[in-house]
Ligand binder design. Structure first.
Ligand SMILES: [Mn+2]
Length: 451
């Protein structure tokens, strides 16, 4: 190598990448440090820790922006591609009230259907259904007092925790490890306790059952409002089990969420019963499905692929509950990461699961007859990452991750014909918007133009 080019390479290596490496190291430790330092003022209204989306009012507007899409999709989704201008509390409240009315109407219909199809359910279950009005419980989360900047912890009673975890667990245990689902739907990546961003998404894209969702796991840990995230999602699962799929992430494992924030949050937020409720959550998590299959063509999971994934039926019929997965197909699918530079399989630096290359993605897609793999698990600055070949997409749905990254959050919309669109939640930063605009050109595709 000539001296000049070596020097140039050294300069390049020293400048930008070095800074970003340093930043990543900081991020790896500081969320926890911040948590510990700030435990005394959980209810501080101006709190800027994760969980709080709206640093100021203008941010509500900026996060409502969605990305330009192809013409076909623009027509189909015109309400989404128009910038939504929720500027003040009154406007948010009006939007919420319309949704609340719709919600009640749909709940009445769904309740009627449920009564017709499950007329012979046990009386015990009917009794708990009477004790808590689950739809009302979910709607409470959209009360204007909570739709504000910062961290606003909900207070749930012990009975609410017990009822909701119990009912949700009953439903999860009746689901297969691979759940089949029909489009249209929205696939969501990591949330990590960023409850305000979750609420923001429900307000903008619609709540279940109006919109069907597939969540790919990592609801808890890191952020400050894991309990609110998981309680709201479980409630929707109870009310509309067909309209929301909750997959398991690597943080829905006891040994992980004991360490990275959820356990501490339970102890702090639930006086006396924190430990007990945390354990109940773990038993429930053990029943979560691992993977979802949209119209037999789009396979979703939290982490990625496993060398043990031979047929879809193997996965579908995998027994549950799965307590503390350590190795094998389930553990791999919760932990794996793609890497185009890897030839086939490599052990992972995470210490669990594998790293897999593009030829593995091609092989698996051909063998299982799926066209696309959607997974989460890795932070991306523009909210998503398309692996070359367009057969695997990473989505990450926690914008401003831990309030330390200036990343966008992204969800993936799948329409009736399996056309795909990204909806980005953009934090207030011109740099982020520019990055997303650039990448969006790469992104725009449907199955029609994949050969
Ligand atoms: Mn993860």
């Amino acid at each position: 190598m000539a001296d000049g080019s070596r020097q140039k390479a050294a300069v390049e290596a020293r400048s930008r990448p070095a800074r970003s490496v340093k930043k990543e190291r900081q991020v790896a430790v500081s969320p926890m440090n911040r948590r510990i330092r700030n435990t005394s003022n959980i209810l501080n209204e101006r709190d800027e820790r994760p969980g709080g989306i709206m640093k100021d009012k203008s941010m509500v507007h900026s996060m409502a922006k969605t990305q330009p899409v192809s013409e076909r999709q623009t027509v189909r989704l015109e309400d989404l591609t128009r910038p939504i201008s929720i500027k003040n509390n009154a406007e948010i409240q009006a939007a919420v009230e319309i949704q609340n009315r719709l919600q009640k109407k749909m709940a009445r219909n769904s309740e009627r259907r449920r009564k017709m199809t499950h007329a012979s359910e046990t009386t015990a279950q009917n009794r708990t259904q009477e004790r808590i009005d689950f739809v009302e419980f979910a709607n409470k989360h959209y009360h204007i007092d909570y739709l504000q900047n910062g961290v606003h912890k909900m207070r749930y009673s012990k009975e609410e925790y017990e009822n909701i975890i119990y009912e949700a667990q009953t439903i999860f245990s009746s689901e297969k490890a691979l759940v089949d689902i029909d489009p249209p739907c929205v696939v969501v990546g990591d949330l990590h306790g960023q409850y305000n961003d979750l609420i923001n998404m429900f307000i903008l894209l619609g709540r279940p059952p109006e919109t069907v969702y597939v969540f790919t796991g990592d609801y808890v840990d890191r952020g400050m409002m894991s309990l609110e995230c998981i309680m709201l999602l479980f409630t929707y699962k109870i009310c509309y089990p067909e309209h929301i799929v909750l997959l398991r992430g690597n943080h829905e494992i006891a040994r992980v969420n004991k360490k990275y924030g959820f356990y501490d949050e339970c102890l702090q937020s639930i006086p006396k019963y924190g430990e007990e409720i945390w354990a109940m959550f773990q038993r429930c998590f053990n029943n979560l499905p691992i993977s979802a299959l949209i119209a037999t063509k789009i396979l979703c999971m939290h982490g990625g692929l496993s060398p043990s994934l031979i047929t879809l039926d193997d996965l579908r019929n995998h027994p549950k509950p799965i307590r503390n997965p350590f190795r094998g197909i389930v553990n791999d699918m919760l932990w794996a990461d793609p890497d185009p530079a890897v030839f086939e399989w490599k052990t992972s630096a995470r210490g669990s699961g594998f790293v897999f290359g593009t030829n593995v993605i091609d092989d698996v897609c051909a063998r299982l007859d799926v066209e696309l793999i959607v997974r989460a698990h890795q932070m991306c600055f523009d909210g998503y990452w398309v692996v070359s070949g367009k057969k695997l997409i990473t989505i990450f749905s926690a914008p401003m991750y831990c309030n330390l990254y200036k990343n966008a959050g992204c969800v993936l919309k799948v329409d009736d014909e399996l056309g795909i669109q990204m909806v980005a939640f953009v934090p207030e930063s011109p740099k982020v918007e520019q990055v997303i605009e650039e990448k969006n050109r790469v992104w725009d595709f449907s199955f029609d133009n994949i050969e």
